[in-house]
Design a protein around this ligand. Structure first.
Ligand SMILES: Nc1ncnc2c1ncn2[C@@H]1O[C@H](COP(=O)(O)OP(=O)(O)OP(=O)(O)O)[C@@H](O)[C@H]1O
Ligand SMILES: Cc1ncsc1CCO
Length: 276
């Protein structure tokens, strides 16, 4: 049984860490509320002239390539470099590296110059930064061809191999999100099978995952942070499943996140250590 929730959540509750998120306006409100729901404090600053100071007063940094602008691209690099120099962990969400060369170039620059503790993306995005073949036809979403499917264990096995090797090559943790989230630090691999297919219908769930990974990472190591973030978001998605339409589902997701307790987490978490 994975039993790190109580200790890590206790630290977040007692420390209320400040989390700097440079994310997309599409998801910014949900991301801020998700950070609050877990007991941390969000700051969504993104002006290039202020972000260095804001990062340096924060406990961790989440950056996202979603909806990139000149200012956000500049701020992401300023904050990432400041975090790296100061020993503050960062996580990058690779939104859209599949369909935009500009984003792919920025991702490469961030990874080499800012040394993020976590590289996160959907399966197509992780394949793209690994330099592998991928299908760009779905824009920011994972393509049907790339999708990892629990009914096809070979697809999970192959993606686990890719994630583990890419993590080892970069000395960081890699998280490929989807029906099964695949997470590795280059040595251990975890599979998280919580979640609901409705999560893919709501915009910004990946952005939320990015920001709550930063929340956990402010008080624990990057591998534990990814496992807890993927599990708690997935469980919240399952608990929201009785919502009627897309609008209430989206609110239900944030509600469930804020109402999570150790009993629900331990009863519902589907976290498996993969042994190949
Ligand atoms: N088909 C699915 N079944 C179960 N859970 C899912 C499914 N699709 C997504 N999820 C959940 O949603 C979370 C976000 O994953 P996803 O890969 O959809 O992000 P994304 O494509 O980056 O999202 P977005 O671009 O909307 O921000 C995952 O961690 C997973 O728990
Ligand atoms: C719809 C959309 N466009 C760019 S990012 C995004 C959703 C958040 O990832």
């Amino acid at each position: 049984m994975y039993n790190k929730w109580n200790d890590v959540k206790g630290k977040i509750d007692s420390q209320s860490p400040l989390i700097h998120c440079i994310t997309s306006p599409i998801a910014i409100n949900d991301c801020a509320n998700a950070v609050l729901a877990l007991g941390a404090k969000p700051i969504m600053a993104e002006h290039p002239l202020e972000v260095e100071n804001i990062t340096l007063m924060s406990k961790s940094l989440a950056v996202s390539l979603a909806n990139i602008t000149d200012a956000r691209a500049e701020s992401i690099m300023i904050s990432g470099k400041a975090a790296c120099k100061a020993g503050i962990s960062s996580v990058i969400d690779l939104v859209g590296v599949t369909c935009s060369k500009m984003r792919a170039d920025l991702a490469k620059k961030y990874i080499t110059q800012c040394r993020p503790a976590v590289i996160k993306g959907n399966v197509s995005e992780i394949k793209a930064v690994c330099g592998m073949g991928f299908d760009a036809s779905s824009g920011i979403d994972v393509s049907d061809k790339d999708k990892v499917d629990s009914a096809n264990p070979k697809s999970i096995e192959e993606m686990s191999y890719i994630v583990k090797n890419y993590a080892a090559a970069n000395g960081c943790v890699v998280m490929a999100s989807g029906e099964t989230d695949i997470i590795s630090d280059g040595k251990e691999v975890y599979h998280i099978s919580n979640g609901s297919s409705r999560m893919a219908d709501v915009t910004g769930t990946g952005c939320i995952l990015n920001c709550i990974t930063a929340v956990f990472m402010s008080v624990t190591d990057a591998l534990t942070a990814c496992v807890l973030a993927a599990a708690v978001l997935g469980i919240s998605g399952e608990l929201a499943d009785d919502s009627r339409g897309l609008g209430t589902y989206h609110i239900g997701l944030i509600d469930s996140l804020s109402l999570m307790d150790s009993e629900k987490f331990s009863q519902m978490a589907k976290i498996k250590k993969y042994n190949k």
